[in-house]
Design a protein around this ligand. Structure first.
Ligand code: MG
Length: 298
Protein backbone atom coordinates (compact mmCIF):
# COMPACT_ATOMS: atom_id res chain seq x y z
CA UNK A 1 0.00 0.00 0.00
CA UNK A 2 0.99 3.57 -0.66
CA UNK A 3 0.16 6.15 2.00
CA UNK A 4 -0.06 9.86 1.22
CA UNK A 5 -0.73 12.98 3.26
CA UNK A 6 -3.01 15.48 1.55
CA UNK A 7 -5.49 18.26 2.16
CA UNK A 8 -9.07 17.00 2.43
CA UNK A 9 -11.77 19.53 3.39
CA UNK A 10 -9.05 22.00 4.42
CA UNK A 11 -7.51 19.48 6.84
CA UNK A 12 -4.29 17.50 6.79
CA UNK A 13 -5.42 13.92 6.16
CA UNK A 14 -3.93 10.52 5.47
CA UNK A 15 -4.96 8.71 2.32
CA UNK A 16 -4.26 5.49 0.50
CA UNK A 17 -3.16 6.00 -3.06
CA UNK A 18 -4.26 3.37 -5.56
CA UNK A 19 -3.08 4.21 -9.05
CA UNK A 20 -4.66 7.59 -9.87
CA UNK A 21 -7.07 7.58 -6.91
CA UNK A 22 -6.81 8.47 -3.24
CA UNK A 23 -9.13 7.10 -0.53
CA UNK A 24 -9.47 8.88 2.82
CA UNK A 25 -7.96 6.51 5.39
CA UNK A 26 -10.38 7.58 8.13
CA UNK A 27 -13.33 6.31 6.06
CA UNK A 28 -11.72 2.88 5.97
CA UNK A 29 -10.79 2.99 9.67
CA UNK A 30 -14.38 3.89 10.55
CA UNK A 31 -15.65 1.01 8.41
CA UNK A 32 -13.44 -1.52 10.23
CA UNK A 33 -14.24 -0.09 13.66
CA UNK A 34 -10.91 1.63 14.35
CA UNK A 35 -10.36 5.15 15.70
CA UNK A 36 -9.60 8.00 13.32
CA UNK A 37 -6.02 9.18 12.81
CA UNK A 38 -5.17 12.84 12.36
CA UNK A 39 -1.73 12.42 10.79
CA UNK A 40 0.69 9.93 9.27
CA UNK A 41 2.68 9.95 12.49
CA UNK A 42 -0.41 8.91 14.44
CA UNK A 43 -1.04 6.09 11.97
CA UNK A 44 2.55 4.88 12.32
CA UNK A 45 2.30 5.03 16.12
CA UNK A 46 -0.70 2.71 16.06
CA UNK A 47 0.83 0.58 13.35
CA UNK A 48 0.57 -3.17 13.49
CA UNK A 49 0.53 -5.84 10.83
CA UNK A 50 -3.10 -6.79 11.54
CA UNK A 51 -4.28 -3.26 10.88
CA UNK A 52 -2.58 -3.20 7.50
CA UNK A 53 -4.23 -6.52 6.59
CA UNK A 54 -7.66 -5.27 7.69
CA UNK A 55 -7.29 -2.08 5.62
CA UNK A 56 -6.20 -4.07 2.56
CA UNK A 57 -9.17 -6.43 2.91
CA UNK A 58 -11.65 -3.58 3.39
CA UNK A 59 -10.41 -1.88 0.21
CA UNK A 60 -10.63 -5.12 -1.75
CA UNK A 61 -14.17 -5.93 -0.64
CA UNK A 62 -15.75 -2.47 -0.77
CA UNK A 63 -16.14 0.60 -2.94
CA UNK A 64 -15.02 3.61 -0.96
CA UNK A 65 -15.38 7.18 -2.14
CA UNK A 66 -12.24 8.50 -3.72
CA UNK A 67 -10.71 11.67 -5.11
CA UNK A 68 -8.37 11.86 -8.07
CA UNK A 69 -4.77 12.15 -6.94
CA UNK A 70 -4.04 14.93 -9.42
CA UNK A 71 -6.94 16.98 -8.04
CA UNK A 72 -5.79 17.09 -4.40
CA UNK A 73 -3.01 19.07 -2.75
CA UNK A 74 -0.36 16.61 -1.61
CA UNK A 75 1.81 17.35 1.42
CA UNK A 76 5.04 15.57 2.30
CA UNK A 77 4.04 12.17 3.75
CA UNK A 78 5.35 13.31 7.17
CA UNK A 79 5.32 17.10 6.84
CA UNK A 80 6.39 17.79 10.43
CA UNK A 81 8.51 14.93 11.77
CA UNK A 82 8.73 14.88 15.58
CA UNK A 83 12.52 14.69 15.38
CA UNK A 84 15.12 15.77 12.87
CA UNK A 85 15.78 13.45 9.94
CA UNK A 86 18.67 11.07 10.71
CA UNK A 87 21.00 11.14 7.70
CA UNK A 88 23.99 9.18 6.49
CA UNK A 89 26.84 10.92 4.73
CA UNK A 90 28.88 9.19 2.04
CA UNK A 91 27.10 5.85 1.95
CA UNK A 92 27.81 4.98 -1.71
CA UNK A 93 31.44 4.32 -2.76
CA UNK A 94 31.32 6.37 -5.98
CA UNK A 95 29.81 9.33 -4.12
CA UNK A 96 32.44 9.12 -1.36
CA UNK A 97 35.09 9.29 -4.11
CA UNK A 98 33.56 12.29 -5.91
CA UNK A 99 33.15 14.19 -2.61
CA UNK A 100 36.77 13.46 -1.65
CA UNK A 101 37.77 15.56 -4.66
CA UNK A 102 35.91 18.60 -3.29
CA UNK A 103 36.80 20.74 -0.30
CA UNK A 104 33.74 19.58 1.67
CA UNK A 105 35.27 16.41 3.04
CA UNK A 106 38.55 14.62 2.57
CA UNK A 107 38.15 11.40 4.47
CA UNK A 108 37.38 9.09 1.53
CA UNK A 109 35.36 5.92 2.09
CA UNK A 110 34.03 5.71 5.64
CA UNK A 111 34.79 2.71 7.85
CA UNK A 112 31.84 3.47 10.12
CA UNK A 113 28.59 5.26 9.20
CA UNK A 114 28.73 9.06 9.22
CA UNK A 115 25.61 10.43 10.90
CA UNK A 116 24.18 13.93 10.97
CA UNK A 117 20.68 15.33 11.20
CA UNK A 118 18.68 17.70 9.09
CA UNK A 119 15.71 19.85 10.03
CA UNK A 120 12.47 19.28 8.12
CA UNK A 121 10.04 21.82 9.48
CA UNK A 122 8.13 21.34 7.35
CA UNK A 123 9.33 18.83 4.80
CA UNK A 124 8.02 19.99 1.41
CA UNK A 125 5.89 17.92 -0.95
CA UNK A 126 6.41 16.93 -4.53
CA UNK A 127 5.32 19.94 -6.58
CA UNK A 128 6.42 22.56 -4.05
CA UNK A 129 9.42 24.80 -4.81
CA UNK A 130 12.92 24.61 -3.32
CA UNK A 131 13.49 28.30 -2.48
CA UNK A 132 16.62 30.11 -1.40
CA UNK A 133 18.35 33.46 -1.66
CA UNK A 134 21.79 33.98 -3.17
CA UNK A 135 22.46 36.25 -0.18
CA UNK A 136 22.53 33.06 1.91
CA UNK A 137 24.01 30.50 -0.49
CA UNK A 138 25.22 30.31 -4.08
CA UNK A 139 26.08 26.59 -4.19
CA UNK A 140 22.91 24.55 -3.77
CA UNK A 141 23.02 20.88 -4.66
CA UNK A 142 20.61 17.92 -4.89
CA UNK A 143 20.95 14.44 -3.33
CA UNK A 144 18.33 11.76 -4.07
CA UNK A 145 18.07 9.29 -1.17
CA UNK A 146 16.06 6.29 -0.02
CA UNK A 147 14.55 7.07 3.38
CA UNK A 148 13.44 4.46 5.91
CA UNK A 149 10.38 5.19 8.05
CA UNK A 150 10.61 3.48 11.45
CA UNK A 151 7.36 1.75 12.50
CA UNK A 152 8.18 0.04 15.76
CA UNK A 153 10.62 1.74 18.10
CA UNK A 154 13.51 0.01 19.77
CA UNK A 155 17.02 0.17 21.15
CA UNK A 156 19.96 -2.15 20.40
CA UNK A 157 18.08 -3.69 17.46
CA UNK A 158 19.81 -6.72 15.96
CA UNK A 159 20.41 -6.60 12.17
CA UNK A 160 18.29 -9.73 11.67
CA UNK A 161 15.34 -7.95 13.35
CA UNK A 162 15.73 -4.64 11.50
CA UNK A 163 12.92 -5.20 9.00
CA UNK A 164 10.40 -5.73 11.82
CA UNK A 165 11.01 -2.15 12.92
CA UNK A 166 10.35 -0.60 9.50
CA UNK A 167 6.98 0.87 8.51
CA UNK A 168 7.92 1.74 4.96
CA UNK A 169 10.04 3.84 2.66
CA UNK A 170 9.97 7.17 0.89
CA UNK A 171 12.21 9.45 -1.20
CA UNK A 172 14.09 12.39 0.30
CA UNK A 173 16.05 15.00 -1.59
CA UNK A 174 18.82 15.99 0.85
CA UNK A 175 19.19 19.48 -0.63
CA UNK A 176 22.54 20.90 0.48
CA UNK A 177 24.18 24.33 0.48
CA UNK A 178 27.78 23.29 -0.25
CA UNK A 179 29.27 26.69 0.59
CA UNK A 180 27.65 26.60 4.06
CA UNK A 181 28.76 23.01 4.59
CA UNK A 182 32.34 24.05 3.91
CA UNK A 183 32.21 27.35 5.80
CA UNK A 184 30.67 25.95 8.99
CA UNK A 185 32.69 22.69 8.88
CA UNK A 186 29.64 20.80 10.21
CA UNK A 187 26.93 19.85 7.69
CA UNK A 188 23.84 20.64 9.78
CA UNK A 189 23.14 24.21 8.76
CA UNK A 190 23.87 23.80 5.05
CA UNK A 191 21.34 20.97 4.88
CA UNK A 192 18.64 22.51 7.08
CA UNK A 193 17.57 25.70 5.27
CA UNK A 194 13.82 26.14 4.79
CA UNK A 195 12.48 23.99 1.88
CA UNK A 196 15.69 21.89 1.82
CA UNK A 197 13.86 18.66 2.63
CA UNK A 198 11.58 17.59 -0.21
CA UNK A 199 9.94 14.27 0.75
CA UNK A 200 7.49 11.94 -0.99
CA UNK A 201 5.40 11.60 -3.01
CA UNK A 202 4.20 8.76 -0.75
CA UNK A 203 5.28 6.22 1.85
CA UNK A 204 5.34 2.74 0.38
CA UNK A 205 4.53 0.16 3.02
CA UNK A 206 7.31 -2.38 3.47
CA UNK A 207 5.03 -5.22 2.30
CA UNK A 208 5.51 -3.93 -1.24
CA UNK A 209 9.30 -3.78 -1.06
CA UNK A 210 11.38 -6.94 -1.24
CA UNK A 211 14.04 -7.22 1.48
CA UNK A 212 16.98 -6.71 1.04
CA UNK A 213 15.98 -3.48 -0.64
CA UNK A 214 17.40 -3.30 -4.17
CA UNK A 215 15.77 -0.43 -6.04
CA UNK A 216 16.90 1.75 -8.90
CA UNK A 217 17.49 5.33 -7.75
CA UNK A 218 17.89 8.33 -10.06
CA UNK A 219 17.93 12.10 -10.17
CA UNK A 220 17.56 14.36 -13.19
CA UNK A 221 18.02 18.10 -13.39
CA UNK A 222 15.87 19.79 -16.06
CA UNK A 223 15.82 16.52 -17.98
CA UNK A 224 19.56 15.70 -17.67
CA UNK A 225 20.19 12.42 -15.83
CA UNK A 226 22.79 13.12 -13.14
CA UNK A 227 22.44 10.33 -10.54
CA UNK A 228 21.73 6.71 -11.51
CA UNK A 229 22.40 3.81 -9.17
CA UNK A 230 20.70 1.09 -7.11
CA UNK A 231 20.19 0.94 -3.35
CA UNK A 232 22.01 -2.41 -3.31
CA UNK A 233 25.18 -0.30 -3.64
CA UNK A 234 24.86 1.21 -0.15
CA UNK A 235 28.15 0.85 1.79
CA UNK A 236 26.20 0.30 5.04
CA UNK A 237 22.98 -1.56 4.29
CA UNK A 238 19.61 -1.07 5.97
CA UNK A 239 19.94 -3.81 8.66
CA UNK A 240 23.41 -2.50 9.52
CA UNK A 241 22.21 1.12 9.74
CA UNK A 242 19.23 0.33 11.99
CA UNK A 243 21.33 -1.92 14.20
CA UNK A 244 24.24 0.51 14.46
CA UNK A 245 22.18 3.69 14.90
CA UNK A 246 20.01 2.07 17.60
CA UNK A 247 23.00 1.09 19.76
CA UNK A 248 22.26 3.07 22.91
CA UNK A 249 19.85 5.34 21.00
CA UNK A 250 16.14 4.53 21.05
CA UNK A 251 14.53 4.76 17.63
CA UNK A 252 10.89 5.87 17.78
CA UNK A 253 7.86 5.31 15.54
CA UNK A 254 7.88 7.90 12.78
CA UNK A 255 11.64 8.42 12.85
CA UNK A 256 13.09 8.89 9.38
CA UNK A 257 16.53 7.68 8.32
CA UNK A 258 17.83 8.96 4.98
CA UNK A 259 20.36 6.43 3.74
CA UNK A 260 22.73 8.59 1.68
CA UNK A 261 23.04 9.59 -1.96
CA UNK A 262 24.74 7.97 -4.97
CA UNK A 263 27.34 9.71 -7.15
CA UNK A 264 26.43 12.43 -9.63
CA UNK A 265 25.78 15.35 -7.29
CA UNK A 266 26.43 18.78 -8.76
CA UNK A 267 29.62 19.33 -6.76
CA UNK A 268 31.11 16.17 -8.26
CA UNK A 269 31.33 17.80 -11.72
CA UNK A 270 34.19 19.96 -12.98
CA UNK A 271 33.15 22.73 -13.03
CA UNK A 272 30.43 22.13 -10.39
CA UNK A 273 26.82 22.15 -11.60
CA UNK A 274 24.95 24.09 -8.93
CA UNK A 275 21.16 24.43 -9.01
CA UNK A 276 19.95 27.41 -11.02
CA UNK A 277 16.72 29.38 -10.91
CA UNK A 278 14.00 27.44 -12.74
CA UNK A 279 15.76 24.06 -12.63
CA UNK A 280 13.40 21.10 -12.30
CA UNK A 281 14.75 18.50 -9.85
CA UNK A 282 13.26 15.05 -10.41
CA UNK A 283 14.12 12.34 -7.89
CA UNK A 284 12.99 8.81 -8.68
CA UNK A 285 13.09 5.51 -6.84
CA UNK A 286 11.60 2.36 -8.31
CA UNK A 287 8.17 1.45 -6.82
CA UNK A 288 7.89 4.87 -5.18
CA UNK A 289 7.46 7.27 -8.07
CA UNK A 290 8.81 10.75 -8.60
CA UNK A 291 9.56 13.57 -6.20
CA UNK A 292 9.61 16.68 -8.36
CA UNK A 293 10.52 20.21 -7.22
CA UNK A 294 11.25 23.42 -9.09
CA UNK A 295 14.10 25.67 -7.94
CA UNK A 296 13.16 29.28 -7.23
CA UNK A 297 15.90 31.74 -6.30
CA UNK A 298 14.29 34.55 -4.31
MG1 MG B 1 22.77 13.26 1.85
Amino acid sequence: MKFVTYINNSEESVGIAIEERVILLNEILKFIGEDNVSSMTELIEKFDENLIEKIEKAIKDNDFNYALLNSVKLLAPIPNPKRNIFCLGKNYVEHAKEIKLTKISDTGIPEVPIYFTKIASPAIASGEPIKFSNDVTTQVDYEVELAIIIGKGGINIKPENAEKHIFGYTIINDVSARDLQGKHIQWFKGKSLDTFCPMGPCIVHKNEIHFPVELNIKCSISGELRQNSNTKNLIFNIPYIISDLSKGLTLKPGDIISTGTPSGVGMGFQPPKVLKNGDLVECYIEKMGNLVNRVIII
